[in-house]
Design a binder for this molecule. Structure first.
Ligand code: CU
Length: 105
């Protein structure tokens, strides 16, 4: 095989690998009036899927207003994409003592 062809194939493999690595979806459960986990570590471009496991309704609402799931009833999910690095504190707008943080790197 000509070496230029090998090189192109290797480059394509690297691009494919990088593409899949960036598309992660991180699952966060809201259960027992807590966000689990309470600190969510993600990479830029990842999506966080919030799912309410409680009978009570909850939200995941950014303190700085940058994201908002709206009210999630039992079993409902909402996915939020994080496209900028930073630390995003959030809480439940219905039960403000429920707090957690998304750290995007
Ligand atoms: Cu709540």
């Amino acid at each position: 095989m000509p070496s230029i062809f090998k090189s192109i194939t290797a480059t394509a493999a690297v691009i494919l690998f990088a593409g899949t690595a960036q598309a992660a979806e991180i699952k966060v459960d809201i259960q027992g009036f807590k966000f689990k986990p309470a600190q969510i570590n993600v990479s830029v471009g990842d999506t966080v899927a919030f799912t309410n496991r409680d009978g009570a309704p909850h939200t995941a609402s950014a303190v700085d207003g940058s994201f908002e799931t709206g009210t999630l009833s039992k079993g409902k999910s909402k996915s939020i994409a994080f496209d900028s690095a930073g630390t995003y504190a959030f809480f439940c707008a219905i039960h403000p003592k429920m707090k957690a943080t998304v750290v995007v790197k």
